[in-house]
Design a protein around this ligand. Structure first.
Ligand code: ZN
Length: 309
């Protein structure tokens, strides 16, 4: 049952790209693209008139409704910056590298999925945090973060965008975090119009995931040959595997694996796909940047800082 998985991981990973990592549990992760291959995604739109940064943030707060979520950290503006924005940059995770690249792009607003602050308050500023903040202050860049709201959103969220890209439809909210769903269970339709024909071959699903994320997923292919119901929770969603099983999903897609899921997947007969925490969380923030560019006529750059985890 697992031979195909080993083939997927060993045959398509190490030989093609450099720097594969192997964790102590034997799971092989596809390394990120080489640093010199990092990309910047530009929109074609160039601002003629700057937008008010506060207007952009108010629009995002209206769109994403962060107050619905009991999140791990503050959503919305985390560090104030320039009052006006002509370039908005987006990226997955706050870091010195991301901030320096946003400054190089002369962005006034940087929107991330994983911000600088977690918990209820920033607390004392230590030297590493000072270094990060200094880059934002020196370049007068405002930092905004949207976490769970950007996983959950029906059109701009990571999970809905993954479902759509994989050809899934009929999204049903799933994976409640303190009562608020952050993922979806979606239906995969086969080539026939007959509902009895719905579903895609599991191997085809794994291939779609690999092509979508441009990396090899970690797969335990313990589920049925045909996948009809796919549960999706981007990032660190492994704890929702049991919920996916309870909901009758044939496959569960998340970003980051945990050790215990292999046995659970085998014993419960569900496909488990860990497609990368970073790799499953580029979609939402990129879509937000596009939304801002279209709505406010500003330039958008997505700053890719790939992470193999
Ligand atoms: Zn995440």
């Amino acid at each position: 049952m697992f031979s195909a998985v080993r083939g997927l991981l060993t045959n398509r990973g190490a030989q093609i790209r450099t720097g594969d990592l192997t964790d102590p549990n034997g799971a092989r992760y596809q390394a990120a693209p080489r640093p010199d291959a990092r990309s910047v995604f530009h929109t074609a739109m160039v601002a003629s008139v700057p937008a008010q940064t506060a207007d952009i943030l108010a629009d995002l707060d209206t769109l994403l409704e962060p107050s619905r979520f009991d999140d791990y950290g503050p959503n919305g503006l985390q560090v104030p910056g320039a009052a006006q924005t002509t370039t908005v940059a987006t990226g997955v995770s706050a870091s010195v590298e991301l901030f320096e690249r946003a400054a190089a792009e002369q962005a006034q607003l940087l929107i991330v999925h994983h911000g600088l602050f977690w918990g209820s308050s920033p607390g004392p500023i230590d030297a590493p945090l000072k270094r990060r903040l200094q880059i934002l202050f020196d370049a007068d860049i405002a930092l905004a973060a949207y976490h769970l709201p950007l996983d959950a959103h029906l059109t701009h969220g990571n999970n809905a965008l993954i479902a759509k890209a994989l050809g899934a439809t009929q999204l049903t909210p799933f994976a409640p975090h303190h009562g608020e769903p952050i993922g979806f269970i979606a239906t995969l339709l086969g080539p026939g119009a007959d509902t009895n024909d719905e579903g895609v071959l599991a191997q085809d699903l794994f291939t779609r995931v690999r092509e979508l994320t441009a990396r090899d997923p970690l797969v335990f292919d313990a589920g049925p040959a045909t996948v009809r119901r796919l549960a999706i929770v981007s990032g660190g969603g492994s704890d929702y595997l049991a919920d996916a099983i309870a909901q009758g999903a044939d496959a569960f897609l998340t970003g980051e694996p945990t050790e215990r899921v292999m046995a659970t997947a085998r014993e419960q007969g569900i496909h488990y796909i860990a497609a990368g925490h970073y790799a499953t969380e580029t979609f939402g923030v990129k879509a937000l940047g596009e939304h801002v560019a279209e709505r406010f006529g500003v330039r958008h750059v997505f700053l890719d800082v790939p992470n193999p985890i």
